[in-house]
Design a protein. Sequence first.
Length: 93
Amino acid sequence: MLRYFIVDILLPLLVFALLRSFFRSHFQSGRNVTRPAQPTPSPSQPNVVAGGELKKDPVCGTYVSTGASLTRTVDGQLLHFCSKECRDKYRAA
Ligand SMILES: [Zn+2]
């Protein structure tokens, strides 16, 4: 009788408690991780050059700095592109 009690009740409870504590500690550790500071922009990346106005690339939707973007005038409107590929893609469209 005692053996059935252990197998049928204590064991499932023990497994449940272990699983619960495992998941709880797992999620808590994930939640409590302090996010690292934003990576400092590399000057080699044209998209993050400081200064200048941000304009939306009409092709891919990326915001590019006017100081670092590729531009093209379409119907008197100056458009800004993040890359040559996007500029060419716009031309093709
Ligand atoms: Zn783009």
